[in-house]
Design a protein around this ligand. Structure first.
Ligand code: KIV
Ligand code: ZN
Length: 386
């Protein structure tokens, strides 16, 4: 692998689990943590221990089992949160405390009724509390996407000086445009004098559908960790999709960044998360949606059948998906019909396909999709009419 490694920080079990209806028990969290370790993620954010006894137990049990990924526990910049995180992680082979506070003026005034100086002190204090438990400390500057860059740089410098080894720059509200988020990361790289002592991390929400683009822009500008979730689950419109950022880096290797994720496990883990969290994946979802490798219009089907690369930039087996599908609808063409008939064992000549195609279109206009069962009946009727 050439270029620089991007650490994949998976937060399916924390930010993803915040989605209404996606709550997991300890057994389910352990099963998903094992699958995430197997996928090759570097850090698993296992939960928010102070939030409930169940989540404390989940972080603690996952810490005992997972050996090849760092286990991370979330906390606010509050002493009792940090103590709970430290306690829950005590069995981890490699544990990380993730603590932080809102740094945008909106958070400072509306959430904390405070001021910039006081928030800076609370940030530094939180890192110091965390350092009693571990030297693997990640600080998050919540709403960094809307935090003024000069102040953000001061906070980042102060928390690194206090011992933070990763600094998370969340676009909490999914507000930034990709060039703005990339410039924010570059500003920090250029203006924080001790930035070489820490990894900058992207944590982008998807309120404007830009989470993946923003995370990639951050990484291209010097961030070395991306926080993401399977199927893009997360608060509101979700978090950055793990499968998307991983495949963007794979498809564009010249950008010079890569991950250690085993892409062939992306579709299996997507299904596992969807089933366990009882949250269906939208069919048109990139990489893992049911239609990600389906071709339904005549023009596309014809091109695809001549050479798959005309309409596919990823082979389904690269991401552990089933083979590409030729779906028959009223927009499909003769070559797709002939292909599907051939798969059913029928080698009709061109004249036969022309006749069958007219019958097929009448049927397809009535149905959303013509499946093998209907196609077989059509073929049988044609054979017996000859
Ligand atoms: O979106 C966010 O800012 C978060 C933090 C708690 C990291 O999830
Ligand atoms: Zn978040």
């Amino acid at each position: 692998m050439t270029g620089e490694k991007i650490f994949i920080f998976d937060t399916t079990l924390r930010d993803g689990e915040q989605v209404p209806g996606c709550k997991l028990n300890t057994k389910e969290k352990i099963e998903l943590a094992i699958a995430l370790e197997d996928l090759g993620v570097d850090i698993i954010e296992a939960g928010f221990p102070i939030s409930s006894p169940g989540d404390f137990e989940s972080v603690s049990e996952i810490s005992k089992i997972i050996k090849n990924a760092t286990i991370c526990a979330l906390s606010r910049a509050v002493q009792k949160d940090i103590e709970a995180a430290g306690e829950a992680l005590k069995h981890a082979k490699s544990g990380r405390i993730h603590t932080g506070i809102g740094t945008s003026d909106s958070h400072i005034k509306s959430k904390f009724n405070s001021n910039r100086e006081e928030i800076l002190e609370r940030a530094v204090q939180a890192v110091k509390w965390a350092s009693k438990y571990t030297d693997n400390i990640e600080f998050y500057a919540e709403d960094a996407g809307r935090t003024e860059n000069e102040y953000l740089a001061k906070v980042v410098e102060a928390v690194i000086a206090a011992g933070a080894t990763t600094v998370n720059i969340p676009d909490t509200t999914g507000y930034c445009l990709p060039h703005q988020y990339g410039e924010k990361i570059k500003f920090l790289i250029d203006n924080v004098k001790n930035v070489d002592k820490a990894v900058l991390s992207c944590h982008c929400h998807n309120d404007l559908g830009l989470a993946t683009a923003n995370s990639i822009a951050g990484a291209m500008n010097g961030a070395r960790q991306i926080e993401c979730t399977i199927n893009g689950l997360g608060e509101r419109a979700g978090n950055t999709s793990l499968e998307e950022v991983v495949m963007v880096m794979k498809q564009h290797p010249y950008v010079g960044i890569y991950t250690d994720i085993d892409a062939t496990k992306l579709n299996p883990i997507s299904r596992l998360v969807s089933d366990t969290m009882r949250m269906p994946v939208q069919p048109n979802k990139a990489i893992v949606g049911a239609n990600a490798f389906s071709h339904s219009s005549g023009i596309h089907q014809d091109g695809f059948l001549k050479d798959a690369q005309t309409y596919e930039i990823i082979r389904p087996e690269e991401v552990g998906a089933e083979t590409s599908k030729i779906v028959l609808t009223a927009r499909s063409g003769r070559s797709a019909l002939a292909y599907r008939l051939k798969n059913l064992g029928h080698n009709f000549d061109r004249n036969d396909v022309d006749v069958l195609y007219e019958n097929f279109l009448q049927l397809a206009d009535k149905l959303k999709e013509v499946r093998d069962e209907e196609l077989q009946i059509l073929a049988n009727q044609h054979i017996s009419s000859k």
